[in-house]
Design a protein around this ligand. Structure first.
Ligand SMILES: NC(=O)c1ccc[n+]([C@@H]2O[C@H](COP(=O)([O-])OP(=O)(O)OC[C@H]3O[C@@H](n4cnc5c(N)ncnc54)[C@H](OP(=O)(O)O)[C@@H]3O)[C@@H](O)[C@H]2O)c1
Length: 283
């Protein structure tokens, strides 16, 4: 099944009251598609939306709660008769040194960025598989490909998301289900505001560079290179066309960081090539 051209498509999008998620919902409603939009605050979503909401199903969902997610998917199929596209967009940043990151911080991040996505997939995939078509878009980050000091926990979540998504793409291709990983660079959303960016309760004096990084990132707000309107448009076009690579980089900053990572990884592989086979059983 390709993207429906003869009827409005139905999208299930998570994390929609702000940023890229909100922009996606706005543009999808303007296209005339159906949108099931999950959020922690339907009030914030409805206040923020400018588009006609006739085709909107706003759903207050805690993504960490498997039953709540399953119910949201059921409500979506009851209202719209099916689901064509799933966009796992919800996520937040966290900036701290690895040793400053508490057990609670780790579990909270992985609950949203990994367990939450898994809850959505477990509920939605049977629908896509049985109708033999659909598209899953998982919003990762360039930090799902490359890791930098201070972003250890966020990267752990996004690397995990990339790992499961790459496996998923191989599993569902035979059912006609497409999968895309989106890897934005810095986008001008709420991501770098204190409303979104999480910080540790306690810090140590050992990491002044990370404290400076926090200040620099908060100061970057409003000057990020990525335009969420263009980013959301590109994501929609990508799904509608059904064309493109597994990984959709968004932003020239993201492309540069990813390229540097691939080059460093290749250099690492080359340097390890001679010794890698030393652990094999002899022929
Ligand atoms: N902006 C960037 O620079 C950037 C770069 C790379 C990747 N990304 C990724 O892009 C996606 C969208 O982020 P954004 O830039 O649009 O940021 P944003 O403006 O802060 O919006 C994030 C959205 O994620 C949801 N969310 C945040 N924390 C959550 C939590 N603890 N539990 C459930 N939902 C939560 C929120 O949904 P509700 O409040 O409606 O529940 C919100 O609408 C995220 O996955 C992010 O990691 C962003």
């Amino acid at each position: 099944m390709t993207f429906p051209a003869d009827r409005p498509a139905t999208w299930f999008v998570t994390g929609t009251s702000r940023g890229l998620g909100l922009e996606l919902v706005e543009q999808l409603l303007e296209r005339g598609d159906n949108v099931a939009a999950t959020t922690r605050s339907t009030e914030r979503l409805l206040q923020a939306l400018k588009a006609d909401t006739t085709r909107l199903l706003a759903l207050a969902v805690d993504l960490r709660d498997e039953e709540a997610v399953a119910q949201a998917v059921r409500k979506t199929t009851e209202r719209f008769g099916g689901i064509d596209v799933v966009v796992n967009n919800a996520g937040y940043g966290y900036l701290a040194a690895v040793e400053e990151t508490t057990d609670r911080d780790v579990r909270d991040m992985l609950d949203v960025q990994v367990v939450g996505v898994w809850n959505v997939l477990r509920a939605a995939l049977p629908i896509l598989r049985e109708q033999r078509g659909g598209h899953v878009v998982n919003v990762s980050s360039v930090l799902g490909l490359t890791s930098v000091p201070g972003w250890g926990l966020y990267c752990a979540g996004k690397y995990a998301l990339e790992g499961l998504t790459e496996a998923l793409a191989g599993e569902v291709a035979e059912f006609g289900v497409k999968v895309t990983i989106v890897e934005p660079g810095y986008f001008r959303t709420d991501f770098l505001t204190t409303d979104s960016l999480a910080l540790p309760d306690d810090t140590t004096a050992a990491y002044p560079a990370i404290r400076e990084m926090v200040e620099n990132h908060l100061a970057l707000q409003g000057n990020q290179l990525g335009d969420p309107v263009r980013g959301a448009r590109l994501m929609i076009e990508r799904v509608v066309s059904g064309e493109g690579p597994l990984r959709q980089i968004l932003g020239s900053d993201s492309h540069a960081y990813a390229t540097a990572k691939v080059q460093a990884l290749q250099a690492n592989l080359d340097a390890a090539a001679a010794t890698a086979s030393a652990s094999d059983f002899p022929a």
